[in-house]
Design a protein around this ligand. Sequence first.
Ligand code: ATP
Ligand code: MG
Ligand code: MG
Ligand code: MG
Length: 580
Amino acid sequence: MRMSRMFLRTLRDDPADAEVPSHRLLVRAGYVRRVAPGIYSWLPLGLKVLAKVERIIREEMESIGSQEVRFPALLPREPYEVSGRWTDYGPNVFRLKDRKGNDMMLGPTHEEFFTLLVKDLYSSYKDLPLSLYQIQTKYRDEARPRAGILRGREFIMKDSYSFDIDDAGLDASYQAHREAYVRIFERLGFDYVIVKATSGAMGGSASEEFLAVSDTGEDTFVRSPGGYAANIEAVTTVAPDAIPYDNAPAAHAEQTPDTPTIETLVDHLNEKFPREDRPWAAGDTLKNVLVILRHPDGTREPVAIGVPGDREVDAKRLEAQVAPAEVEPFEEKDFAANPGLVKGYIGPAALGSESSTGIRYLTDPRVVDGTRWVTGANVQGSHVIDLVAGRDFTADGTIEAAEVRAGDEAPDGSGPLELARGIEMGHIFQLGRLYAEALGLKVLDENGKLVTVTMGSYGVGVSRAVAAVAEYAHDELGLVWPRELAPFDVHLVAAGKDEAVLAAAEGVYAELIGAGLEVLYDDRVGKVSPGVKFKDAELIGVPTIVVVGKGIVDGVVEVKDRSTGERTDVALADLVHAVS
Ligand code: ATP
Ligand code: MG
Ligand code: MG
Ligand code: MG
């Protein structure tokens, strides 16, 4: 590609709204261009990097046997109505009507439609396991679109879904995805961590996030020297055995007037965090708050409550989210008649949505996540509360929010916790049978019996990855792409106006292209000085810069490594070898 023809204007100044390096540099170097908040156009350079990220992802998805499909972004309401997400998504979803007045939406994620597609075409256990993926544009009306393409309102996601007949199958599919993700993030060059994430009430046990370690990240995670790693939203601060859950009913029997009720807890939270100074921003929808209650006899009990503004979840949906056989009947009167009866139910943290609603009504936490304990707390914005009745709040209404602090012992005893920030690059989820149940995806098993399929869902932020790579791949002069992601392999600069230099540069350009390299050739003549060309080359960030200048009379060009700054004179005859 010749710079003289390329659709590109580099900018000398940072865009006024840019807070983070990737945003600054991707705009200045001409990779993306803003259209509206959280909505960006991809320019030729940016599209090339995006395509390379996509290629890595496709290769790794194909390597685990996942097959590519593509759904529309424009979707009808009904399936989302059935799953409950039409309302769950709240203001995060872009809604519109077609000319006939039908409700439509722009898909924020596609669990429902993949479920329905498989239901449409498959009917037997022999068809499974199955894994499908797409690389597709998603829409979320984020409360705070931020940092250019790092958090867009339109963005590109790779989402995949696995379909299995049983739990062992789901485990295997999840594991295969996890390994593919490890390879993807290695190839993207990230310093990343895999952290335990909130799995909420999805009926599955495992949910993990891949976070690129970065100070500009919006997620906070903890890790210990012994290998514990969790999103701070998912930190368990009390060891499981410390909670004598089975004793809890006895504790209920000895209610004292001080024993907190859910209502008082909600009130306390309301008071503690008045709208104006909550540790999350207006417009955010809160996720669940998990709370540990300590009863007067010292026993502890996990509970979870929704916070003000949340909707309550009806019994029907609740049953769909946990194994029905194990759920105690959902009866509001239990709750009303026994002010101290707090049966824990982990709020949903509905898949892939920040619009997850907390759940005020509570069922047995053992059923929800396969263990008999729930600890920690979770509100949007990574603020952690772990409340213990009698210590953290009292009958007179004081609540102390206890944050997880650096140096705290890890819940599994694996050493002191370190806190750091990360960018969520990927999220893998054992969904279980939630969507299959809600939408009726069943197949015949070996015995001719209808069984509900179990699913996983797995996301990677594809457009976000371009920005997240730029977050680490830059210096004060500009971008510094790793070779596998760079828009070009070589940036060739003709440094000078005289005929000999230009002719030689043309020759080098042809030769490098002939050798199969992708070359960006700065052939601009006239007003563009060599200084400007060098500055642009540094800003654009192609890993190898070849300068054809005065040395050409001796048959020598300069090869510069963009990342180290190291310059070497190379004989023309050796050039292809030197830059390949
Ligand atoms: P976040 O916590 O950053 O809002 P999320 O948990 O809502 O992300 P998921 O629903 O898990 O996102 O979606 C899968 C992946 O899609 C995320 O891991 C992230 O990489 C990417 N992603 C989500 N929201 C955005 C966005 N607004 N812009 C760009 N990428 C996004
Ligand atoms: Mg989100
Ligand atoms: Mg997230
Ligand atoms: Mg996520």
